[in-house]
Design a protein around this ligand. Structure first.
Ligand SMILES: [Zn+2]
Length: 85
């Protein structure tokens, strides 16, 4: 039985299959370091680069924090690329 048949069977029974959100891969830091420390706060958690101590914004869940880390890296890369020209 493949996923389509499984979905059809599930809907017959009145269930809806929801795909599990896959944890995104954490991007390496802009400094090139690929090791981070995870910190927990009252509001949630964030990541700190082990090399340059760059910190991501706080996310409510690990999934959220990973996305915020990746977003921060992407934006930092864009901003630094613009500064270079
Ligand atoms: Zn770093």
């Amino acid at each position: 039985m493949d996923i389509f048949e499984l979905r059809a069977e599930a809907s017959k029974l009145g269930y809806k299959l929801i795909p599990i959100k896959k944890m995104p891969k954490k991007l390496p830091c802009v400094c090139g370091c690929n090791r981070r420390t995870k910190w927990w706060t009252a509001e949630g958690l964030f990541y700190e680069c082990n090399n340059c101590h760059r910190e991501s914004p706080v996310g409510k869940t690990e999934f959220d924090a990973v996305n915020k880390w990746n977003e921060m890296i992407e934006w930092t890369k864009i901003i630094e690329a613009e500064d270079g020209t």
